[in-house]
Design a protein around this ligand. Structure first.
Ligand SMILES: Nc1ncnc2c1ncn2[C@@H]1O[C@H](COP(=O)(O)OP(=O)(O)OP(=O)(O)O)[C@@H](O)[C@H]1O
Length: 266
């Protein structure tokens, strides 16, 4: 049975100058799945994600999350929308207050939403740090004292501590070294599975998208040119554009494509 968590319908955005950044996008994300959004720089991935997140107001179309109209919610509904949807961005250094300890950074959303008392919040923060592979003593540290990978672990902790239904990630590993990137992606996947989260994951990096996605939407010039299971997209892309994107990736993927071609050749 389908259980749609995010429904995007006819979503578009025109900035004052230039062509439409996002142009008539319709898609659905089912409970527990990760939809990867891939495409070249400027294809509209971040704008689409930010419209879902209620950060950029759409010029047209609608977004519902768990049945709530994100852009027309008020009062308790709006609070539920905000709480139910958390984000992870590329560079947490810029989204963390450098003067706040990690403990304060993780406590802030709980305080804003009036969750728990000081004691239960401290326990939850400790457990969440453990979940993301960091020592409980990290609470007394500051963002600049952590590595890029550790900061992204904090970003994941800050997102999941709210027990959201949905996590939206925009290039969360793009600023990290490849080996650290792999660890953070693995943590993202594990956390997502354990908590049953629904997610949308934006990246220009096909290898990253393949690693995390159940389904993949390929964007070009503000539109979705192709959407399908990760396997379909990577082994049997329907659109010429997707094929060209995959072929443009060096080595491992070219080999991968070659194998797929052999499989489809009688
Ligand atoms: N605030 C803004 N004002 C004007 N134009 C914008 C704004 N934000 C984005 N754009 C334009 O909208 C288009 C889509 O940008 P967007 O950042 O969504 O693409 P993207 O696929 O996420 O690219 P990247 O990977 O480089 O972030 C681009 O042409 C961009 O220049």
């Amino acid at each position: 049975m389908s259980d749609t968590v995010i429904q995007v319908t006819g979503l578009g955005k025109s900035f004052t100058r230039g062509a439409k950044a996002v142009d008539g996008v319709t898609l659905a994300v089912e409970r527990g799945e990760t939809l990867g959004i891939v495409g070249e720089s400027g294809s509209g991935k971040s704008t689409l994600l930010r419209m879902i997140l209620r950060l950029i107001r759409p010029s047209e179309g609608s977004v519902t999350v768990e049945g709530r109209d994100v852009w027309n919610a008020h009062g308790a509904d709006l609070k539920a929308v905000r709480r139910g949807m958390q984000a992870i961005f590329q560079d947490p250094a810029s989204s963390f207050n450098p003067r706040q300890s990690i403990g304060a950074i993780l406590a802030a959303p709980l305080q804003v939403h009036g969750i728990g008392d000081e004691r239960s919040r401290a326990a939850l923060i400790g457990a969440t740090l453990e979940r993301v592979g960091l020592a409980a003593s990290t609470v007394s540290r500051f963002p600049h004292q952590l590595s890029g990978g550790q900061r992204q672990r904090i970003a994941i902790a800050r997102a999941v501590i709210m027990k959201p239904a949905v996590v939206l990630a925009d290039e969360p590993t793009s600023a990290l070294d490849v080996s650290v990137q792999a660890q953070v992606l693995q943590l993202f996947r594990e956390t997502k599975r354990e908590l049953g989260l629904t997610s949308v994951f934006v990246s220009h990096n096909l290898a990253v998208i393949r690693e995390v996605s159940d389904r993949v939407a390929v964007m070009r010039l503000g539109r979705v040119v192709e959407i399908g299971s990760a396997d379909e997209i990577f082994t049997a892309p329907k659109s010429e554009y997707t094929r060209a994107l995959i072929d443009a990736v060096p080595d491992p993927f070219r080999r991968f494509r070659a194998t797929a071609d052999q499989r489809t050749t009688p």
